[in-house]
Unconditional design. Structure first.
Length: 116
């Protein structure tokens, strides 16, 4: 499995970004997909996840109401729409794919920097 994340960048506080993660190598719909983030000197933390169908979504409390995860199974892509960005959202964002008996995979990360 290969996961290619993109869409990061520099944005002012209050702004928006949309991250994308393209999946390849296996059957996309066998995997739940999620986003995690890691700030300098910190551990990697969960941000959001979606079930294989997109019918169930989960969020960290810190991003509820501001971030939206979605997936397009026809395009093998998962998205993270980030609105009302805060300085503390600054981190490297990683996408992850996992499935029961199907393995657990990480993308390479994309940098999100929010200026205050």
């Amino acid at each position: 499995v290969q996961l290619q994340a993109s869409g990061g960048g520099l944005v002012q506080a209050g702004g928006s970004l949309r991250l994308s993660c393209t999946f390849s190598g296996r059957t996309f719909t066998r995997y739940a997909m999620g986003w995690f983030r890691q700030a300098p000197g910190q551990e990697r933390y969960f941000v959001a996840a979606t079930s294989w169908s997109g019918g169930s979504t989960y969020y960290a409390d810190s991003v509820k109401g501001r971030f939206t995860i979605s997936r397009d199974n026809a395009k093998n892509t998962v998205y993270l729409q980030m609105n009302s960005l805060k300085f503390e959202d600054t981190a490297v964002y990683y996408c992850r794919a996992w499935g029961s008996g199907s393995g657990d995979f990480w993308g390479q990360g994309t940098q999100v920097t929010v200026s205050s």
